[in-house]
Design a protein around this ligand. Structure first.
Ligand SMILES: [Zn+2]
Length: 185
C-alpha cells in the first residue's frame, strides 16, 4: 500500500475512508454507475422489521413487505423439507463501507473487492429487500449453494413470493455469480 493509506482510520467515517481509497485508485461513483448499478441511500429502506435473530443475538432486518414475504417463503420451503437460513439482510451504507474498507486495509485489489462486494451505496442490501440465503450442508455464500435442494426450490418457487436472483451467471454488474442473493419486489 502507498503512503496515502496512512490517513485511513482516523476521525473519518468508514464511508469517508472508502471515498479516499477509491479516489486513490482513480475511481468514483461513475465507475459503478457504468456497470449498471444503482446508488442507494440509507433512507431507501424505510421501515425495517427484525425477521431473524441468530443464536449469538445478531438481528437481521428487512422492510415490512420483504420481511413478510421472506417468512412466507421460508415457511413454505420448510413445509416441503427445505431449510432456508438468512445469512444477511439489510445493511447500512456505513456498514458496507466498513466491509469494503476492511478489504482495502487487508491489501485486496479493486478487482478482487468489487467482484464480490458492492461499493458503499451500491448494495441491494441497503434497500432492505435483499437476502443472502444458505442451507445446511453447503458453504455459506459459496457458489456450491446452486447444487443444493434449497436453490432448486428457490428457482421453482421464489418468484411466487416476489423474490428474484439478481446476480446471475455472467451478470453485467461485474459481480461473480451469487446464487444465494435474492431480492424482493
Ligand atoms: Zn447479497
Amino acid at each position: 500500500m502507498d503512503g496515502s493509506c496512512d490517513d485511513v482510520g482516523g476521525e473519518r467515517t468508514a464511508l469517508e475512508d472508502v471515498g479516499v481509497l477509491l479516489a486513490d485508485q482513480g475511481l468514483s461513483d461513475a465507475f459503478f454507475l457504468e456497470r449498471g448499478l444503482v446508488k442507494y441511500g440509507d433512507a431507501e429502506a424505510g421501515n425495517l422489521v427484525v425477521v431473524q435473530v441468530d443464536e449469538d443475538g445478531r438481528e437481521h432486518e428487512l422492510v415490512t413487505g420483504a420481511g413478510e414475504a421472506w417468512l412466507e417463503l421460508r415457511d413454505a420451503a420448510q413445509a416441503e423439507g427445505v431449510l432456508l437460513e438468512m445469512v444477511s439482510a439489510y445493511r447500512s451504507v456505513e456498514r458496507q463501507a466498513e466491509i469494503v474498507r476492511g478489504k482495502f486495509l487487508r491489501g485486496l485489489g479493486v478487482d478482487e473487492i468489487f467482484a464480490v462486494s458492492a461499493a458503499p451505496g451500491f448494495s441491494e442490501h441497503h434497500t432492505g429487500r435483499a437476502v443472502d440465503i444458505s442451507t445446511p450442508g453447503y458453504g455459506v455464500l459459496e457458489e456450491e449453494f446452486e447444487e443444493s435442494a434449497a436453490f432448486g426450490w428457490l428457482e421453482e418457487n421464489a418468484g411466487r413470493y416476489g423474490f428474484t436472483m439478481t446476480y446471475g451467471k455472467g451478470n453485467a454488474y461485474g459481480y461473480l455469480y451469487e446464487p444465494w442473493h435474492w431480492v424482493w419486489g
